[in-house]
Design a protein around this ligand. Sequence first.
Ligand code: E4P
Length: 221
Amino acid sequence: MKLFLDTADVQEIRQAADWGVLDGVTTNPTLVAKSGRPHQEVIEEICQLVDGPVSAEVVSVDAEGIVAEARELASIHPNVVVKVPAIREGLKAVRRLSEEGIRCNVTLVFQPLQALLAAKVGAYFVSPFVDRMNRVGEEGFRVVEQIKRIFDHYQFETQILVASVRSPLTVLQAALAGADACTMPFEVLAMLYQHPMTDLGLEAFLKDAARIPGGVSAPVH
Ligand code: E4P
């Protein structure tokens, strides 16, 4: 499963890229607004930092406007994947864009049939928003599992990108469900590296290693 950061903060992206597990980045207007930087500038910089898909979202809600915006975003860098909302005009635009070879991430997906429509129009990714579903009392993961079954039945190439992630548990569920990718905030990615038993075990090993005569790598004569 590919691991993406859901952020427009280049410091976070730089740090995670250095850990060697970062496969891509997703942004949205809220995250870009938080960065306080112009949209195109921040997307361009992210593309320099990560060699993988970088999702950048359109804000038009009519097919013509979405296509125009998407072409512009896609021209920033070959790794840009254009995020388009799962509305009728959005899916109309995705059909045209995918025929032009522009990859699209259909976002704000809350039920499996939206994903089916997105796959039919050639979306590259679909993004079910798991935590936002959980927050309104729906089981986000049931939706992901259903999308997976539908895509498997019909051998759609569209990839499932699990989004709206709040904790490592959701990342685990994404991997168990066979999602293609999971995007998460920096803090969640950092948490995947943490386990108190690992820290305690390491502490004891290091303490004991210090009692080994000559140290652990002393040559044998
Ligand atoms: C996905 O691409 C979205 O940017 C993101 O995951 C939004 O989710 P959230 O705002 O609920 O965290």
